[in-house]
Ligand binder design. Structure first.
Ligand SMILES: [Zn+2]
Length: 150
């Protein structure tokens, strides 16, 4: 009887630990998204082309590598940069074309379309939902989008 009770207690402790860990991970994820919900006060330059970035642009994107944050004026510039050294990128964010909300670049859907007037003319938009993306053209996953900037 006691052994069974002890077993249940251990199980409860493990469950609690897992729940806490999950909560910490979720909160951290949300935090890194919220950190950049407001604009950076200084003017930012694109890490790929050097152009001053319009932070209101739907094509503005950023990433964190081992040296810190990198900003990009155009989703195509970000993808191009990513392709050169993917192992260095710790996290990457693009804006949902519909809402402007920051979304994880690796789980976004991408469309290349002449409807997108982007700063460096890559003509690539990012979307949180596949259904939204398909309204603009063929919806590509991240790995497929990387092929657009060869
Ligand atoms: Zn650029």
């Amino acid at each position: 009887m006691n052994r069974k009770k002890g077993y249940i207690t251990v199980r409860l402790i493990i469950l609690n630990l897992l729940t806490s860990l999950f909560f910490v991970l979720v909160v951290q994820g949300v935090t890194s998204n919220v950190t950049f919900a407001t604009k950076a006060e200084e003017s930012l330059r694109c890490a790929e082309c050097g152009m001053t970035i319009n932070q209101d642009s739907k094509f503005f994107s950023w990433a964190i590598d081992e040296t810190g944050r990198k900003y990009f004026c155009d989703i195509g510039d970000f993808l191009y940069h990513y392709r050169k050294a993917p192992q260095k990128i710790k996290e990457a964010w693009v804006k949902d074309f519909i809402t402007g909300e920051w979304i994880d670049a690796r789980s976004a859907f991408y469309v290349k379309s002449g409807n997108f007037k982007t700063p460096m003319a890559w003509q690539i938009g990012a979307f949180k939902n596949k259904g939204d993306a398909e309204r603009y053209g063929k919806a590509l996953i991240f790995e497929e989008a990387l092929e657009l900037v060869r």
